[in-house]
Design a protein around this ligand. Structure first.
Ligand code: IPD
Ligand code: CA
Ligand code: CA
Length: 281
């Protein structure tokens, strides 16, 4: 474990683009690998927060692969991975990794799962976990999609620029959301969804938060919200959504987006959705 630099490094547009290219290559390589591993069969290796919160051998292998590829490209950066990778590095840049986002889909061989990789810097005001992505990539290998963004550089899907939808009315919006693994968390989420569902076109629960946010970025969902996300679920895809024009909101004005709430929507409907999610309407 190495010493943490005291302040965040200044990241130029050129460095952000370089980090985005690394994120893209690594996400694509890991995406290919998890798809191959799924084709060969899947084994539950352990459970985490509840009996339904599983980790497979593929989650662990993919995280090891991602960490090795990042260390090869950027040996002095830090790494934080869902399955335990943890190294603070010396450059002030920390890679935040979800090796398989959508593990339950993966287990059932449903095609929506992704690899999420973000290069982040410290920024206590940007997100609830105190870090902000300057570059990120999400690879969904079954659909052959690679989403990439760098701060200020825009967002792309398979190299083509993407944009959020032009939706103006919450009542016509298709809204993605997700649910945690514990029964207490789900009881709260059920109350929120009961408020939102009558006020929107419909709800989708795709099963991968990173992919949900990329769908908002592509205009294939109008909006998304979830409570209880971890940094690796949103680090890359929140940047992708923001770079595609989404407004990101947290639970209130004082709390940045993140674990308590992350909402992403086109600016025209972000306020109305936020009011509905927070029971102000
Ligand atoms: C989960 C997925 C899911 C979201 C959960 C996450 P995992 O991540 O992103 O869509 O609703 O909150 O924990 O466990 O598949 O990496
Ligand atoms: Ca995840
Ligand atoms: Ca995961």
């Amino acid at each position: 474990m190495t010493e943490m630099p005291s302040s965040a490094p200044a990241v130029s547009a050129a460095l952000a683009a370089e980090l985005a290219a690394i994120a893209a290559t690594v996400a694509e390589t890991a995406g290919r690998r998890i798809a191959q591993l799924r084709d060969a069969g899947v084994d539950v290796a352990a459970t985490k927060s509840s009996a339904t919160d599983v980790v497979t051998a593929a989650d662990r292998e993919a995280e090891r692969l991602v960490a090795a590829l990042i260390r090869e490209a950027r040996p002095d950066d830090g790494i934080l991975g869902e399955e335990g990778a943890s190294d603070s590095g010396t450059t002030g840049i920390t890679w935040v990794v979800d090796p398989i986002d959508g593990t339950v889909n993966y287990l059932y061989d449903l095609p929506i799962f992704s690899v999420s990789i973000a290069a982040t810097v410290s920024d206590p005001t940007a997100f609830a976990d105190g870090r902000r992505a300057v570059a990120g990539a999400v690879c969904a290998p079954r659909s052959g999609e690679l989403f990439v963004a760098s701060a200020g550089g825009g967002a792309t899907r398979n190299g083509v620029p993407i944009r959020v939808s032009a939706q103006q009315e919450l009542g016509l919006a298709l809204v993605g959301t997700g649910f945690g693994y514990t029964s207490e968390r789900r009881a709260e989420q059920a109350e929120v969804v009961a408020r939102v569902l009558p006020r929107v076109r419909d709800i989708r629960r795709l099963g991968s938060a990173a992919y949900d946010l990329c769908m908002v970025a592509s205009g294939r969902l109008d909006a998304y919200y979830e409570r209880g996300l971890q940094p690796w679920d949103y680090a890359a895809a929140a940047l992708i959504a923001r770079e595609a024009g989404a407004e990101l909101r947290g639970v209130d004005e004082r709390t940045p987006p993140g674990e308590p709430l992350l909402l992403a929507a086109p600016p025209a409907i972000a306020g109305a959705l936020h009011d509905t999610v927070s029971a102000r309407r």
